[in-house]
Structures are given as structure tokens and as C-alpha cells.
Design a protein around this ligand. Structure first.
Ligand code: PBG
Length: 332
């Protein structure tokens, strides 16, 4: 680090004196291109249902998706991420609904692709937890979450989503060997151009609570996910996870949750030259919204948090604030 001069000759406040000079020396800028918008889908017709644990966020029935997609396309949000709320009656211990071509995610992909073509990207999780009655991301046998047997289903789930028109497959179960096997079967089935975002450093976190409520897996989850999601005491292990997934063929990697893991984003960015996605998860969202609603912090805190991801080195952020922030940024 080179510092030329010292006080009183050197005054760092000079560059901060007016708005124009602050804009001039700005190192990071948040734009709409940085945002990925998550959408919760529910069955039925004509539904826009609020979610108690996530004020301001809704579950949409497939026919109502244009309510939110019209805005996303207008603001030029690059991509949406789809998450289904699956009714209990469609869940079983194998997560069979994942392979139903008329499940909520498949229906939503078809509608979005038909109506919006390639104006916006679609990203879909590949994991079984929305569909299993025990709430785990994989098959369970004698309390063990099975690694190798589960991947066979995930391959089929990936192919199905690709066939429906999904642009980006996002394996999110944090188990071993997902990326290579999914990449290979996508290639073999003529889906060479489908991208893969690996949830490569996803931690077993307390911040997922509101999401599990939003997708209806909270009550069903038996135990925790510590045998597959990462231990929050570790950071070198995240680098290993990321290195492996890059080697297996990931096009982008994700770090999740977001704010408590800015150090991981930074380390990933410093170690690998690959696009890094941050996920500002449901618990982070709800804390901030509750803080704003109670008058403890003001609305600018939203952009402040999203900019912290950019500073740490994220290329884009999955955030429940995407629509609000995009609308603000495009009115500037
Ligand atoms: C499931 C999944 C989770 C989230 C996204 N995909 C939660 C989990 O692992 O239980 C959490 C997102 C959020 O909290 O916003 N594979």
C-alpha cells in the first residue's frame, strides 16, 4: 500500500466533500444487472398469498406469475429463481414429485419461457427437499442421507428442468459429485449450453427459517442438515468445495448465506476467477425488513447490504429485495 504524504498536506476528506466527488471516486456500484429475483410458486388459480415470516413477499399461483415477471422484465432483472411450495399430499420419502413434468416448477418454466422467451433467465434448484416428507435434500436410509442413490434422481430432475426450458441448473444439496454427473448427463442429452450454478459453499445455517416456512418444509424437516451443508466454523473447507465444483464443470459458484459470510465471498473471489453469486437468504431479508418496519434502521440499509456483496467480490446477488431495489434503481 502506497500512501503519499501525510496530514496536514494529505486530507482524505477532500474526496468526500460533495456528492459529485463521492460519485467520482466510487469503487463499487450496485446495478439491476446484479440482481436475481426468487419467486415462490403455489398451486391453484388466481392466488397471491402473503408469507407471514417474510413481510412483502408472496407466493404466486402459476397463472399469476406475470404479475411479478412483467416488472422483472421491465426493470431488466437478468434472472429469476423458482421455488415451489409443495402440498403435503404431493410429498413422499423419495421426493417423487420432483420428477413430475406437471409439478409447479415445470409449469412455471413453461409459462415464463412461452411468454417472455429469452428476455429473462430462469434458474432452478436441483434438490429433493421441497418434495420429501422428511424435509431432507436426499433419500434417507437408517437416518443416513444417501449420497450416491440421490444423485440418480437429481440427474433426472436436471434433465426434466432443462427439457422444460430452464436456463440455469442449480444443484443445491451440498452433497458430493453432483456437478460432474449432472454436467455429463446434460451434455449427453444435447443440453450442452445449459449453465450450472453450484451452491458450492452453502452452510448449515439458522438464517433459512423463513424460507422453509415459505416453501412449507419447516414442519416436515426431521433433524438438521449438518451432514451435508457446511459447518459455519470453517472457511478453508469452502475453498475446497469450490475448487472441486469448478473442476467438475460449474459455470458459476454460490456462497450462502450472504452477510455473515462476506469473508468467504472475498476468499473465493481472490482464489478463483469465476463468477461468484451471493445469496442474501430469507432470515437476512426478514431481519432487515422487520428492522425497517420497526423504525430501527432506514430503507437505505437495503442497498448498503447489497453493496457489501459487491465489495466482497460477488458478481450477482440472489435477494428477496430484487424487485424493490430494481424499481428504485431504474427510477434514479
Ligand atoms: C433448499 C434451499 C434452501 C434455501 C434455498 N434452497 C434452504 C435449506 O437448505 O433448507 C434457503 C434460502 C433462503 O433461506 O432464503 N435446498
Amino acid at each position: 500500500m502506497i500512501i503519499t504524504g501525510k496530514y496536514p498536506n494529505l486530507r482524505l476528506r477532500r474526496n468526500r466533500k460533495y456528492d459529485w466527488t463521492r460519485r467520482l471516486v466510487q469503487e463499487n456500484t450496485l446495478s439491476v444487472n446484479d440482481l436475481i429475483l426468487p419467486i415462490f410458486i403455489i398451486d391453484g388459480k388466481n392466488k397471491k398469498e402473503s408469507i407471514k415470516t417474510m413481510p412483502g413477499i408472496f407466493r404466486y399461483s402459476v397463472d399469476k406469475i406475470p404479475l411479478i415477471l412483467d416488472k422483472a422484465v421491465k426493470y431488466k432483472i437478468p434472472m429469476v429463481a423458482l421455488f415451489p411450495y409443495t402440498r403435503k399430499k404431493f410429498k413422499d420419502k423419495f421426493g417423487s414429485e420432483a420428477l413430475n413434468e406437471d409439478n409447479l416448477v415445470c409449469k412455471a418454466i413453461r409459462l415464463i419461457k412461452k411468454k417472455y422467451k429469452d428476455k429473462i433467465g430462469i434458474m432452478c434448484d436441483v434438490a429433493l427437499d421441497p418434495y420429501t416428507n422428511h424435509g431432507h435434500d436426499g433419500l434417507v436410509k437408517n437416518k443416513e442421507i444417501l449420497n450416491d442413490q440421490t444423485i440418480e434422481i437429481l440427474i433426472k430432475q436436471s434433465l426434466l428442468q432443462a427439457e422444460m426450458g430452464c436456463d440455469v441448473i442449480a444443484p443445491s444439496d451440498m452433497m458430493d459429485g453432483r456437478i460432474l454427473k449432472i454436467r455429463k448427463s446434460l451434455d449427453k442429452n444435447n443440453f450442452k449450453n445449459i449453465q450450472i450454478i453450484s451452491y458450492a459453499a452453502k452452510y448449515a445455517s439458522s438464517f433459512y427459517g423463513p424460507f422453509r416456512d415459505a416453501v412449507g418444509s419447516k414442519k416436515s424437516l426431521k433433524g438438521d442438515k449438518k451432514t451435508y451443508q457446511m459447518d459455519f466454523n470453517n472457511s478453508l473447507e469452502a475453498i475446497r468445495e469450490i475448487a472441486l465444483d469448478i473442476k467438475e464443470g460449474a459455470d458459476m459458484v454460490m456462497v450462502k448465506p450472504g452477510m455473515p459470510y462476506l469473508d468467504i465471498i472475498k476468499q473465493v473471489k481472490d482464489n478463483f476467477k469465476i463468477p461468484v453469486i451471493a445469496y442474501q437468504v430469507s432470515g437476512e431479508y426478514s431481519l432487515i425488513v422487520n428492522g425497517i418496519n420497526k423504525g430501527l434502521i432506514n430503507k437505505n440499509s437495503i442497498i448498503e447490504t447489497l453493496t457489501s456483496f459487491k465489495r466482497a467480490g460477488a458478481n450477482a446477488i440472489v435477494t428477496y429485495f430484487a424487485e424493490t431495489v430494481a424499481s428504485k434503481l431504474s427510477s434514479n
